[in-house]
Design a protein. Structure first.
Length: 332
């Protein structure tokens, strides 16, 4: 008799995060930048952000978040055979932040690499890890979003420097058999990932330096209004496709955990999709925009305070430079 082969799912085992020691309020920024607490709160919802000190880097924050995720997953570093770090602000041009985190954790087996999709990086990294785990090639993954955007900000440009912050978040994913051979939306784990990119929008959000052009790190440049328009106008396509791929609707969702760039973008996206305000996890007020770290930081907050529980249906969604954008539905 042939044995039934059940499909594999990437199940979330743990989540953790790490923030720099220094927290900077809007009021504190007012002293350095021609801005006001009122403007920042009204336009973005941001109240404070964390800024990395000299002894804190993307990889040290990423490793701290990874350790916290391993602890909640009740998992040892040696059980991990795949590390994917989403970042646009690695410690060095190379090696990858992921290999630095791997060494920091004392892991000597498996594979570690970075994914670069700017603010959509964590969504892209989860989707990538899911492909590895559900193929059967790897068993347990650390998926990390870690950034030090403070290092690429132009502190003389008030239209961008007040928006971003530093931090890291991580989840542990484990390949587990689905309940039924073909898999259903009742399974725990990643149920679908929908990713998109369109490089024609490059000039709306970019860094004006790099190894192959200026040989400098460069500074972040953004046409905020254009990014805002795209984020609210276009990005819901991947969310609709994620619902269609899983046969679920906004009503079935327990939690919507979008990229944390701007409260107005988050609220408008949720409203457009018919997601009830009570299901939206918003942490932009605490962290600012931490790019690829924002979703795992938000997941970490909502798991720690008991909102996200085992069995809940969770959608993560983000848009970043490129543009790159995507949505993933996970049964927690
Ligand atoms: O992570 C993915 C990428 N990022 C985003 O998703 C960000 C998307 N964009 C946004 O969140 C918003 O467009 C911003 C928060 C960046 C800007 O909000 P806005 O409502 O689009 O404002 P605006 O750019 O139209 O600026 C309005 C005014 C301008 O003054 P005038 O020309 O009306 O006199 C700006 O000079 O606000 C002024 N302004 C500021 N004032 C005080 C711009 N930055 C500041 C500031 N403090 N920091």
């Amino acid at each position: 008799m042939t044995q039934e082969h059940k499909r594999l799912r990437s199940v979330v085992k743990g989540v953790g995060s790490a923030l720099p020691k220094r927290c900077v309020s809007n009021r504190e920024l007012e002293r350095e930048v021609d801005t006001t607490d009122e403007w920042i709160v009204q336009r973005t919802g941001i109240e404070q952000r964390y800024i990395a000190g000299d002894d804190e880097t993307t990889s040290t924050l990423g490793a701290a978040a990874a350790r916290a995720a391993l602890a909640t997953a009740d998992c040892l570093a040696e059980d991990i055979d795949l590390i994917i770090c989403a970042t646009s602000t690695p410690d060095y041009t190379f090696p990858s932040a992921a290999t630095m985190i791997q060494a920091d954790l004392g892991i000597t087996k498996g594979v570690a690499f970075d994914v670069q999709a700017v603010c959509a990086g964590f969504v892209f990294a989860v989707a990538t890890a899911d492909k590895f785990l559900t193929s059967g090639s790897h068993k347990r993954a650390l998926v990390i979003g870690a950034e030090t955007f403070s290092r690429i900000l132009d502190w003389r440009d008030r239209t961008t420097c007040v928006l971003f912050g530093d931090g890291a978040g991580a989840i542990v994913l484990e390949a587990q058999e689905a309940q039924a051979a073909e898999g259903t939306a009742a399974d725990r784990g990643v149920l679908t990932s929908q990713l998109r990119s369109d490089g024609r929008h490059r000039a709306k959000l970019y860094v004006d330096g790099g190894p192959s052009t200026t040989q400098t790190t460069g500074h972040l440049r953004m046409e905020g209004k254009e990014v805002f328009r795209f984020a609210v106008g276009q990005v819901t396509d991947v969310m609709r496709e994620a619902f269609a791929a899983t046969g679920t609707t906004a009503d079935d969702l327990d939690w919507f955990v979008p990229h944390q760039a701007n409260r107005r973008i988050i609220d408008a996206s949720a409203q457009k999709l018919g997601i009830a305000p009570g299901k939206v996890v918003t942490t932009v007020q605490f962290h600012g925009n931490t790019s690829a770290a924002s979703i795992p930081l938000a997941l970490s907050v909502a798991c720690a305070d008991g909102r996200i529980k085992r069995g809940d249906l969770v959608m993560i969604e983000a848009i970043g430079g490129g543009f790159t954008w995507g949505a993933v539905i996970i049964r927690w």
